[in-house]
Design a protein around this ligand. Structure first.
Ligand SMILES: [Zn+2]
Length: 86
């Protein structure tokens, strides 16, 4: 085992997020369904956006833009997966 800081994840995170993040697939913690971000149901308000699972309505992604920062939460996504861009 090697212990390093979070910068070691840069390559993997860049690979997963990639240039088209809507094709990333999220595993729903509520129903175990695997589906693309682009196929979720998104509710937008002035405060931010919430993406819900189409199968069980679990909140998968939250996005809040505040000033010059963007806060992204994945409260109901167990994992995320995308094809490697190699
Ligand atoms: Zn679900």
């Amino acid at each position: 085992m090697v212990i390093v800081d979070g910068n070691a994840l840069a390559g993997a995170l860049a690979e997963v997020l990639g240039p088209e993040p809507t094709v990333i697939e999220l595993r729903c913690a509520g129903c175990d369904r695997l589906g693309a971000v682009g196929l979720t149901t998104v509710y937008r308000t002035a405060m931010g956006s919430v993406a819900r699972c189409r199968a069980c309505d679990t909140v998968l992604v939250t996005v809040v833009e505040s000033g010059e920062q963007c806060w992204v939460g994945l409260p109901g996504a167990r994992t995320m997966v995308s094809a490697l861009l190699r």
